[in-house]
Design a protein around this ligand. Structure first.
Ligand SMILES: [Zn+2]
Length: 258
């Protein structure tokens, strides 16, 4: 004889409740993504960061009337970069300070959007930095670092060793304006990679699809450079911002009137 089946509602609930919760969670997360995409006003310059990427929301794609600048403060989190002589000052902190100041200086320009690869002291991989810029089709990528050596001082700007005519122009504007502010030495616009040169490049120059450069804002091992960096931070930031804007304007990439 077939036994009459009784529906055990308590068991049904046990199985379906987690599924229901999972579906609700997916809906909530999906909404978060949408909010990130819609939240970009264009005028004047806005800022967002790769932070949002970590929570699942990507910055919006570049639109036709935007000049999109990615600022990349080097290192961060467990990667401190280089230090001053007694190790009390970390490159990652200086890089973030100057990048945030450049970001501020860019806010006054209409139709400019600034994306930061990081806005806090966190580790972001080189791949993620480049991916952010490539994914949104940014116009310009500027990486900000500081140098170190047994001796030496001054600012140098690195560009990719190949297809670099635009990179060199971008770097040229920035260097000229930094020199106007006052730097200990112009060490030139350099191609490739500092330690070897057999076609090697900095990843942020090699793996970004847009004109890019890596600015070494003086030596952390030079007291003069550190003093200049601290005293002239805002002026340096202004110079870098103006350089990026003049480059965009002169080459027809940026039009304030559109
Ligand atoms: Zn560095």
């Amino acid at each position: 004889m077939a036994k009459k089946r009784r529906i055990r509602w308590d068991r049904v609930a046990l199985v379906f409740l987690p599924v229901l919760l999972l579906i609700l969670l997916i809906i909530v997360l999906h909404d978060d993504n949408g909010a990130g995409k819609d939240g970009s006003s264009l005028i004047p310059g806005t800022v967002s960061s790769a932070d949002s990427e970590h929570s699942g929301a990507m910055p919006a794609q570049k639109s036709a009337d935007e000049y999109v600048i990615v600022l990349d403060p080097g290192h961060g989190g467990g990667d401190g970069g280089c230090t001053n002589v007694d190790g009390t000052r970390l490159e990652k902190d200086d890089n973030l300070r100057i990048a945030l100041a450049v970001c501020d200086a860019l806010q006054k320009y209409p139709h400019v959007r600034v994306e930061m690869t990081r806005t806090t002291d966190e580790f972001v991989s080189l791949d993620d930095r480049c991916k952010l810029a490539n994914d949104i089709n940014a116009d310009v990528f500027v990486s900000l670092h500081r140098n170190s050596a047994e001796s030496g001082s001054g600012i140098e700007i690195w560009v990719n060793s190949k297809d670099n005519s635009m990179d060199k122009r971008l770097a040229g504007y920035i260097m000229e304006l930094l020199e106007d502010v006052g730097i200990s030495k112009n060490r030139g616009i350099r191609e490739g990679y500092r330690t070897t040169f057999d076609g090697d490049n900095y990843a942020v120059n090699r793996d970004t699809n847009m004109p890019s450069c890596l600015v070494e804002m003086g030596f952390m091992t030079s007291d003069t450079d550190n003093t200049y960096f601290d005293q002239r931070l805002d002026a340096y930031a202004d110079a870098i911002a103006t350089g990026i804007m003049e480059y965009g304007g002169d080459l027809g990439i940026y039009d304030a009137g559109t």
